[in-house]
Design a protein around this ligand. Structure first.
Ligand code: AHR
Length: 496
């Protein structure tokens, strides 16, 4: 059986821009994300690198046009003292990574290393400040160090350490998960702490001004958002964060690659909750900020499973399958469709941790199914969101159901229209009747990501098992197409 769904895209009714920053990434000092991931050290003669950062990773991420990269945490951020990561590497003190495996790090990857890497990646840095175990002085010194263009103690220190020009970092997080690893604070208490930090982050001139992001709610903790929106003066905040992971149960997450359909269904149920979360947190923000000045920033999202057998449980290394591609396709459609309020998001995490786009093993590197989705969807960056009307059909498993399809559409600066369609149904294909209204369109082309099995993934032995391919399963003409979406597939169509 298969259904026929009508999907109508209103190509002349776009109002909001899909911020490219929705396509952001996250790199924490966690497991093999930074050390033995992005960064292999300046002395590595085997793997081609620039100042110790792998060239292959830089090239792959540039292909995705990654708009921003959040660092150094996560939970690690509230333990991190940035001054320990500057100056001659041999003189730097060590730090024990208390949240992630208790490993001792040598601080060889610090502020210069990260900000210079962002320049290589042509991406904007997003620094997470230490509120939990740091001080206001420490954070404003960091701002002065990275952003001050004149003479000042911190700017002079930066120059002594080899960097003349400031980096002009715009995005600053004021703590991370303040309700948990960031200090176990109540929203009332954190609001006051936030106000204090944020006050001293004002007044640093830089080209675009500083964008301050409050540590946001975990999932459906709507009270957190409510209290912060009520208690924080709106001239002190530019962004409100939100974290949500697609997880089955925190105590029983299940394997990353050898999962059952039941587990797939549960993961997708959790992933699709994002729709309700951004809607409801957005509604609270609308109540206090009807002019939509404060951005909702989902600075951690993605699938979270048990670690790969035999790997350090504190390193969160997991495989990445077609299931992850479905999470990515559906979640990014949700963010696109909420572009009015959601202005930034960060997939957790870029390399070797959680829902990674890149996995490495010594000199080898693979691109995951999630990587391919991010690449296909990069066409939506900074494009105008187009309204879409459609009636969904259910994906039913064991008497429970979820909406099978998700869609988002945009028109870019060159007038190209893109529609991304996701069918999460594990066994049924769905036929869609797609109408583009309000524009003269011709020359449809398409790209698809799918595979034989939901559990399919790329390995170091078989790195191209899951890759995107040209999609041709559509018929009709111009703005009226019949499209056939295979089970668990993501398709992006383009009209000239
Ligand atoms: O991304 C892994 C961890 O998840 C982050 O450190 C923390 O912020 C969240 O709980």
């Amino acid at each position: 059986t298969r259904a026929q769904q009508e999907v109508t895209v209103h190509a002349d009714a776009g109002k909001h821009t899909i911020s490219k920053h929705i396509y952001g990434h996250f790199a924490e000092h966690l497991g093999r994300c930074i050390y033995d991931g992005f960064y292999i050290g300046e002395n590595n003669k085997v793997i081609p690198n620039t100042n110790g950062v792998r060239n292959d990773i830089v090239e792959a991420l540039k292909e995705l046009k990654i708009p921003n990269l959040r660092w150094p945490g996560g939970c690690f951020a509230d333990t991190y003292h940035w001054k320990d990561g500057i100056g001659p590497k041999e003189d730097r003190p060590t730090i024990v990574n208390q949240w992630w495996g208790g490993v001792t790090e040598d601080n060889s990857f610090g502020t210069h290393d990260f900000l210079n890497m962002c320049e290589l990646l042509e991406t904007e840095p997003y620094l997470s400040g230490n509120v939990g175990s740091g001080t206001v002085q420490e954070l404003i010194d960091w701002v002065q160090y990275t952003n001050h263009d004149g003479k000042s103690p911190m700017a002079d220190l930066r120059k002594e350490n080899g960097r003349e020009e400031p980096w002009n970092v715009k995005y600053w997080g004021i703590g991370n998960e303040a309700w948990g690893c960031g200090g176990n604070m109540t929203p009332e208490y954190y609001s006051d702490v936030y106000r204090k930090y944020s006050t001293f982050l004002s007044g640093w001139s830089n080209e675009n001004g500083i964008f301050r992001i409050a540590s946001g709610a975990s999932g459906s903790d709507y009270n957190w958002t409510e209290v912060l929106m009520k208690n924080i003066k709106h001239n002190l905040i530019e962004g409100m964060a939100l974290h949500h992971y697609s997880v089955i149960e925190w105590n029983n997450k299940g394997p990353a690659a050898t999962f059952s359909e039941e587990q797939y269904f549960q993961t997708m149920q959790s992933a699709l909750e994002m729709e309700e979360l951004v809607t409801k947190h957005g509604a609270i923000m609308d109540k206090y900020d009807p002019e939509n000045k404060i951005a909702l920033i989902v600075d951690e999202w993605g699938g979270w499973y048990d670690v790969e057998p035999g790997t350090n449980p504190g390193f969160l290394y997991q495989q990445n399958t077609m299931r992850d591609a479905m999470i990515a396709g559906a979640t990014l459609n949700i963010f696109n469709n909420h572009a009015r309020r959601v202005k930034m998001a960060n997939l957790a995490q870029a390399v070797n941790v959680l829902q990674a786009v890149i996995l490495t093993d010594e000199e080898k590197m693979i691109l995951t199914p999630t990587y391919h989705i991010l690449k296909m969807y990069s066409v939506h960056q900074d494009a105008t969101l187009l309204p879409v009307e459609f009636e969904n059909v259910n994906y039913t498993y064991n008497g429970k159901s979820l909406p099978a399809l998700s869609v988002s559409a945009s028109k870019d600066k060159n007038g190209l229209i893109h529609v991304s369609l996701v069918n999460i149904d594990a066994s049924k294909k769905h036929k869609v009747s797609l109408n583009i209204e309000g524009a003269e369109v011709k020359n449809t082309t398409g790209t698809i990501l799918t595979s034989d099995k939901l559990q399919d993934h790329n390995t170091f032995k078989d790195p191209e098992k899951v890759t995107s391919k040209e999609f041709k399963d559509f018929s009709g003409k111009k703005g009226q197409l019949e499209v056939e979406l295979p089970p668990f597939s993501v398709v992006v169509l383009e009209w000239k």
